[in-house]
Design a protein around this ligand. Structure first.
Ligand SMILES: O=C(O)c1cc(=O)[nH]c(=O)n1[C@@H]1O[C@H](COP(=O)(O)O)[C@@H](O)[C@H]1O
Length: 276
């Protein structure tokens, strides 16, 4: 079985360093001339998959925008995940799940068990009930060649209140998360399955990001103001295993398939130039 780390590495090497988010905001549906209903959601999401799934390394559907429409929205999400994966994209389900371990086991079944209709290559998760509370996600991801991205330093300004708090160890909460993930990834090649989210908008961390041996998901490129230069500022020029992510800035270029493709290609070019 190919590991998540191997699959992601190949996707980044062959398609370039970009994750495109699929965030069907009501305002974007309106901008695309679509109604804010399930038919609009379908049209929007399938167009993004058609435009990008065969060329962008990673697609990241934001579950909330599908949950908004109840079970019919989830049905659209299921098809988005399946179609994107069969076109060769690595799919990160952005649902930021987190709970006590016994409940997290059910989230693991929902997203990281190949028998589930929502099975994805990876899932975003919140470790703020404790890194260890997500253990069932790590275990099932490892078993099934999938991955987990835990929140480290999120792109929103409120995140620092929790994530930059310094504990008894003298380390910030975010550093503890990176260390805990690094421990799980130790020895894996080309990288382990436990990734960390570090927004492109954050102040340069004062701890070593280089020890993770896993992927970093870097949202905030474009609409939230982060640039390719920020990715370089935070991770350094030679950084590998960095997955910069942009949603609205690319999605605004729809509904034209060519517009979406051009926006993604432009973004990849900028990012690849900065990471070389
Ligand atoms: O996990 C994420 O992707 C994420 C983490 C984070 O720290 N900040 C963040 O904006 N995101 C997600 O990235 C998407 C926003 O992308 P933009 O539309 O490019 O700003 C949303 O789906 C957010 O939930």
């Amino acid at each position: 079985m190919e590991t998540f780390g191997a699959r992601l590495r190949t996707a980044l090497d062959t398609r370039g360093p970009l994750c495109a988010g699929i965030d069907p905001h009501a305002s974007l549906l309106a901008q695309w001339g679509l109604d804010d209903d399930v038919a609009g959601l379908e049209q929007f999401s399938y167009t993004v998959v058609e435009a990008l799934a065969d060329r962008v390394a990673v697609l990241k559907p934001q579950s909330a925008f599908f949950e908004r429409f109840g079970s019919r929205g989830i049905a659209v999400l299921e098809r988005v995940v399946a179609d994107a994966r069969s076109a060769g994209a690595v799919v990160i389900m952005d649902a930021k799940r987190g709970d006590i371990g016994s409940t997290v086991a059910a989230y693991a079944d929902a997203y990281l068990d190949p028998a589930s209709p929502l099975f994805s290559d990876a899932l975003t998760a919140s470790p703020y009930l404790g890194f260890g509370s997500l253990e069932p996600l790590y275990a099932l991801a490892e078993k099934n060649g999938a991955g987990v991205f835990v929140l480290g330093l999120t792109s929103n300004p409120e995140g620092a209140q929790v994530q930059s708090a310094v504990g008894a160890s003298g380390r910030s909460v975010a550093e503890e998360m990176v260390m805990a993930a690094a421990e799980r990834n130790a020895g894996a090649s080309p990288m382990g399955p436990i990734g960390v989210v570090v927004g492109g908008t954050v102040a340069t961390p004062d701890f070593d990001l280089g020890r993770l041996n896993g992927p970093y998901l870097v949202p905030g490129i474009g609409a939230q103001g982060a640039t390719a230069a920020d990715v370089r500022r935070i991770f350094g020029a030679g950084a590998r295993n960095v997955v910069p992510s942009s949603s609205r800035e690319i999605l605004r270029e729809g509904p034209s398939v060519a517009g979406l493709r051009n926006a993604a290609a432009r973004t990849v070019e900028e990012l690849a130039g900065m990471l070389d």
